[in-house]
Write a protein that binds this ligand. Structure first.
Ligand code: ADP
Length: 320
């Protein structure tokens, strides 16, 4: 019978982690189970940085971005020795289950621990939205809202001055943020790693728009496809188009989690506790087609999340 669960946040922080931690603590308290917080991800697991956490410790965190447990990167944890040390600390603190909230790398760490016999449940948190087994990961919706807010503002000035703006957004391996923010801001083009792009065609469209006195041109670039500077230089070379570049960087990840991310974090946190109590392990909890679903770590880490082709078609239609 599980009596004490450890929880940690790891890798890139994502808005929605705090509502998720809060739900874990509430659900555990309801079920008569203790929660031990591990600070700074796997680094805290190695440093034995455990402390009890109760509902009273979660007051005021639902609306806070980032993670109150702090996050860190810990290269060492990729190696057997560190993993064994982490498990030793879990056992010494009488924790018989672990919840890991994080992205692909963190879920690899979670999987490595569960392979060594510890009951572990993963929760997807990554603004790139590239984790298999869930339609949305924690932080994606808030990041999108942040991006859309900035692009809307840039469009105001772009249309006043006949300018082309290039907005570089996060997404090393995935163009989800770029594609959705392009669709939802009425941008002229999205450059993403999943689809080959033709800059001459994009340049031609911009020139055509200038002729029609359509002054505001927005191109959203996912960092995994190119950089704002490269696209700007090439547009200048191809068609003499002068563009301004905005690199959104960490602005995208900050701020209060959206209502969607608060709900997602709450649902996944509560589900993770219940799944552990039901004896499940080596799985990630996610939401697929609106319903809670668990997916094995093997599938989460071995399969590639499909990119919705219909969204690409829609972006092409709306970007004309
Ligand atoms: P994210 O979880 O956001 O993808 P990282 O890829 O940086 O972020 O991973 C976060 C941490 O997860 C790493 O610093 C490391 O501690 C752990 N980790 C990453 N890959 C592995 C792996 N293959 N095996 C064990 N632990 C890993």
């Amino acid at each position: 019978m599980t009596k004490r669960i450890a929880v940690l946040t790891s890798g890139g922080d994502a808005p929605g982690m705090n509502p998720c931690i809060r739900a874990i603590v509430y659900e555990a308290e309801e079920k008569g189970v203790e929660i031990y917080a591990v600070k700074r991800g796997f680094l805290g697991l190695l440093d034995n940085d455990f402390s009890p956490m109760q509902v009273k410790d979660t007051s005021g965190i639902i609306q806070r971005g980032g993670t109150i447990l702090r996050s860190a990167r810990c290269e060492e944890f990729k190696y057997e020795e560190a993993q064994k040390e982490g498990i030793k600390n879990l056992i010494n603190n009488n924790c018989d289950g672990l919840i890991v909230i994080g992205g692909d790398g963190s879920l690899r760490g979670a999987s490595a621990i569960s392979d060594r016999g510890v009951n572990v449940i993963g929760i997807p948190a990554s603004i790139d939205n590239d984790i298999y087994g869930t339609d949305m990961s924690l932080g994606v919706d808030t990041a999108l809202n942040n991006i859309v807010e900035v692009i809307d503002k840039i469009k105001d000035t772009a249309s006043s001055h006949e300018r082309t703006f290039i907005i570089e957004v996060m997404g090393r391996g995935s163009g989800y943020l770029a594609l959705i923010s392009a669709i939802t801001t009425g941008a002229e083009a999205a450059i993403i790693p999943e689809v080959e792009y033709d800059l001459e065609k994009i340049a031609g469209r911009i020139l055509e728009r200038y002729k029609r006195h359509k002054t505001a041109n927005i191109i959203v670039v996912a960092e995994g496809a190119s950089t704002g500077y490269q696209i700007s230089r090439k547009l200048s070379k191809i068609a003499n188009i002068i563009s301004k570049i905005t690199v959104l960087g960490h602005l995208q990840r900050g701020g209060s989690p959206s209502s969607f991310d608060r709900l997602l974090g709450s649902r996944l946190g509560s589900a993770a506790v219940n799944r552990l109590l039901q004896g499940e392990s080596s799985v990630m909890v996610g939401i697929v087609k609106g319903k809670l679903k668990t997916t094995s770590f093997d599938d989460v880490l071995g399969k590639k999340k499909d990119f919705d082709e219909n969204l690409i078609k829609l972006a092409k239609t709306l970007g004309k």
